[in-house]
Design a protein. Sequence first.
Length: 167
Amino acid sequence: MLVTLDDQTLSILAVVAIALAVLAVLVAAVGGIRSARLRRSLTVLDDAGDGRTFLEAVSRQGEQVAVLRSEVAALAVDTRSLRTDLSAAIRHVAVVRYDAFGDMGGRFSFSVALLDDAGDGLVLTSISGRTESRSYARGVIGGRGDVELSPEEQQAVDHAYKGVTRG
């Protein structure tokens, strides 16, 4: 069966075909513009100015995060080591000044307690008189003297040890 079309029908079909072609071109142009915008929004520029895709940038960030995690783990190990080292360092100090002899003024005598985090260390004492001065050093273990301490020496240890137990 052969259908013959008259000139008017052919003209209408030609106009419809042209309209469809124009519509197809417009849809393709809009699609191209949207695609270009999407491509631009997914392109990440680095400091050097060279363009990379979004996926490349995300991959690079993932690698950098992995490196940072390993560095943080190494820092955690170093921090634990430093804390151990610092616990044995002299970090708690107290000074008590006093008059060892009632006839002298000016509180020239003193006791200094030097302790680590465990309350271990020493007490240095200098007793000053009119004509002479004497110095003593006594050990401290756990906040107590290894020999009996004078009241001023014990006061210095107590003040320094409060810094240990306060944290």
